[in-house]
Design a protein around this ligand. Structure first.
Ligand code: LMR
Length: 392
């Protein structure tokens, strides 16, 4: 029976980890999968998380099951940061549940939307490849619109057209900040317009917020999400703590549903719980509990926010340095300065991507997406020289 299965290609992004590890060159550079790195090229555990983990070891008295919704203390502690301190549940219209990472949240959101009658997902192109993979696995059709215009800014005409063409049974999947893979985000004015358009459309917004705090700041990065939620009757929000708490392998995320009628929330969330039970039963506890302990403690919260600020400042410095290189070989690196988060795309040809790997030991996605956090004062000049070499 099992021999009926067809060989599947390895996930291209995750396969890069092994490709880089297997390269024996001492000066190789990893700009592949999206993890933050310090100026020394390390991905350390946040100090605030270490302290919370210590507390957890000392105080946790049971590892008995919590239920499919996970740690609701964690879920609620995040809400002021996501939805705003003024009204973190928007008058009782928002509830959430814990999920295994942002991927778990997206899986639940899309499956819940499907249960509610969604058959098509409208998504920008390019997008994080797993968005498409999850839709495909669920049997949802994906309709793509162009994300970025030729000048390196968002293609607002394409967004307008996509929303105008959408109808009942459609959901639109938007990146809240730090667009993956382009780093090209909507401006506040763009979000204002998108929110107004969505407010007049029957399309269900699903907002993926996986990098809050890594773009312009915790509050700034939530602008678009809050603007959309204020304009529409219902929406789903997929949240990840993998990057902004550095908890990647602990798989820490949350799904939030907002609805017009607060009394409907119990029914809506019961679908999330049932889907979680059928998929993974209950989310892993450890990382979510550590985040909760950080957010329950003023000093640890301040420490976490400070660590996040340092990450953002460092990535901005890398972006500024790349942008200052301007036209390098055959590509212009200056747009990278105005982009946000971990990623930017450099328009390499497939052959140039291969040459960067083979000749220079520099690894990044086949799309030309680089993780800017992989660049340090020690390797950035080497990177710029290699770009000049392969694109000349
Ligand atoms: C990435 O895009 O590199 C990250 O979101 C990690 C992942 O799971 O793909």
């Amino acid at each position: 029976m099992l021999t009926n299965l067809q060989q599947q290609p390895a996930d291209a992004l995750l396969a890069l980890i092994k490709l880089h590890n297997d390269d024996p060159r001492a000066d190789k550079i990893d700009l592949g999968v999206g993890v933050y790195r310090t100026g020394q090229g390390e991905t350390p555990v946040f100090g605030a998380i270490k302290a919370a983990e210590q507390k957890l070891v000392e105080t946790q008295d049971s590892k008995a099951y919590l239920g499919p919704e996970g740690d609701m203390g964690f879920v609620h502690a995040l809400m002021p940061y996501i939805f705003g301190k003024q009204d973190p549940d928007m008058g009782g219209r928002i509830e959430g549940m814990q999920t295994p990472g942002g991927t778990g949240s997206l899986r639940l959101a899309l499956a819940m939307a499907q249960r509610a009658g969604v058959t098509r997902v409208i998504a920008g192109k390019p997008s994080w490849p797993n968005h498409n993979q999850i839709c495909k696995d669920l049997g949802l059709d994906v309709v793509e619109f162009n994300h970025a215009a030729a000048d390196g800014t968002v293609d607002m005409d394409a967004v307008r057209g996509a929303i105008a063409a959408a109808g009942e049974g459609d959901a639109i999947l938007l990146h809240g900040c730090c667009h993956n893979p382009t780093g090209i985000d909507y401006s506040h004015e763009n979000w204002d317009e998108i929110a107004d358009l969505l407010g007049k459309s029957p399309v269900l917004p699903i907002i993926d917020l996986a990098y809050q705090g890594l773009g312009q700041g915790m509050e700034e990065d939530a602008y678009g999400l809050r603007r959309v939620l204020a304009a529409v009757p219902d929406a789903l929000v997929c949240y990840s703590c993998d990057k902004n708490f550095g908890l990647y392998r602990d798989r820490v995320g949350a799904l939030y549903a907002m609805t017009k009628v607060p009394a409907d929330l119990t029914k809506i969330m019961s679908n999330g719980h049932a889907l979680a039970r059928a998929n993974w039963s209950q989310p892993p506890d450890h990382g979510g509990a550590a985040v909760r302990l950080v957010l329950e403690d003023e000093a640890l919260t301040a420490m976490w926010l400070d660590e996040l600020d340092q990450m953002r400042v460092r990535m901005r410095q890398v972006r500024d340095k790349l942008a200052a290189a301007g036209v390098t070989g055959g590509v212009d690196l200056s747009p990278i300065g105005g982009q946000n988060g971990l990623f930017s795309i450099i328009p390499f040809t497939p052959e140039q991507v291969q040459e960067m790997r083979a000749k220079h030991g520099i690894y990044f996605a086949g799309s030309g997406r680089i993780n800017v956090a992989g660049l340090t004062t020690g390797n950035i000049d080497q990177f710029i020289a290699a770009v000049a070499d392969v694109t000349a």
